[in-house]
Design a protein around this ligand. Structure first.
Ligand code: UT7
Length: 333
């Protein structure tokens, strides 16, 4: 049995920070930002909004989209780079706010976090489904039937709170928001997640980090850019190969939304045309772990995911980490 996304939801703060606003705050220009990044505006969380409240709203919307209630959910995985506090996890706040009765934990893989979270949830659901009563033991008596409850995977961020307001090179890039997906057992075995590739290179921590004891994010933008293109191309190719597919088979490419020049470079190297690629960073900037579920939700809403499409998602970020997955979108019943 496969694992598939059956519901998507988003939560976007109301406050917009446009390039024109930034022109008044740091030494930059709308023309420079649009040309170098493709970003026109991003959202900024209100003082009472956190990665937990945004994540809760996105998760509630995903549940509604899937036609489920909190009691149906068997696992909550939250990907965030900007947790509410060092501990406990942001996931337990979302679990409480939604009234979920299940395990809940955070995954930290920066902008690759949503794909890491998706794979984690899918792996745990597959493992549980494989624990058929009695398997590997002499007697199955007394064992409860295996549960097949869906999971919630949330990507949620308040990146604007870790960006130095005086640093023009990073302030222009990041935005706040959340996206969530319900992951469930698919109706047909060949729908849903087909393959994935996860990677990390911890020798590159200093390229993008909030250094220990410091408040603001630091980034070597040029080097991140260069490596991002390379790892997304490589990781996407590995995931496609594992799924037995070629770039031509991809109906929809949903890359991490960091910089339109990175997306363009990746598309031309892999050989996926821009018409088959989702870009929404012009309106949200880089929302890290939230960017892929946000883009997936928008694509579904725009009618680009109706069922049967081969979807490639691929993220990269601080760590460095990278993660790609190939899915065949399951049609709604
Ligand atoms: O999720 C992963 C997160 N990170 C990324 O994906 C970031 C990847 N990197 C990038 O997107 C790009 O490297 C940036 C958008 C951050 C920078 O673009 P760039 O084309 O690599 O510019 P640069 O850093 O080489 O800077 C070029 C010039 C510099 O001036 P000089 O030295 O040529 O006089 C910068 O000082 O542009 C200047 N500059 C700016 N000018 C106006 C840097 N930031 C700005 C700005 N406005 N906001």
């Amino acid at each position: 049995m496969g694992l598939t996304i059956t519901g998507l939801g988003t939560a976007i703060p109301e406050q917009r920070l446009t390039n024109a606003d930034l022109e008044r705050m740091v030494d930059t220009s709308d023309a420079w930002i649009v040309e170098r990044t493709g970003i026109r505006e991003r959202r900024v969380a209100a003082p009472d909004e956190t990665s937990a409240t945004l994540g809760t709203d996105a998760a509630a919307a995903a549940l509604k989209d899937a036609g489920l209630t909190p009691g149906d959910i068997g696992l909550l995985v939250v990907a965030t780079t900007t947790p509410v506090q060092l501990f406990p996890s942001t996931a337990v706040r979302i679990q409480d706010a939604l009234g979920l009765r299940c395990g809940a934990f955070d995954v930290m893989a920066a902008c690759s976090g949503f794909v890491y979270g998706l794979v984690t949830a899918a792996g745990m659901m597959t493992a549980e489904a494989g624990l058929a009563p009695g398997r590997g033991s002499a007697s199955s008596e007394g064992r409860a039937p295996v549960e097949r409850r869906p999971s919630l995977v949330v990507g949620t961020e308040t990146l604007t709170r870790v960006v130095d307001p005086t640093d023009r090179s990073t302030r222009i890039l990041f935005g706040d928001g959340a996206g969530a997906a319900v992951v469930d057992h698919s109706v047909e075995p060949d729908w849903g997640l087909l393959s994935w590739d996860l990677g990390a290179d911890g020798s590159l921590v200093s390229l993008l980090e909030v250094p220990p004891g410091e408040r603001w994010l630091r980034m070597e933008g040029k080097e991140v850019f260069r490596r991002a293109v390379r790892v997304v191309v490589e990781s996407s190719s590995v995931a496609l190969e594992k799924a037995g597919m070629k770039p031509d088979d991809v109906d929809l490419f949903v890359p991490h939304q960091a910089n339109v020049r990175i997306i363009d470079a990746v598309c031309s190297r892999i050989g996926i045309p821009s018409e088959r690629t989702v870009v929404n960073l012009d309106r949200y900037g880089n929302t890290s772990a939230a960017s892929i579920p946000l883009a997936l939700a928008e694509a579904a809403e725009d009618g680009r995911l109706t069922g049967g499409e081969v979807v490639l998602i691929s993220g990269f970020g601080a760590g460095m980490t990278w993660a790609s997955a190939v899915m065949r979108w399951e049609p709604r019943p």
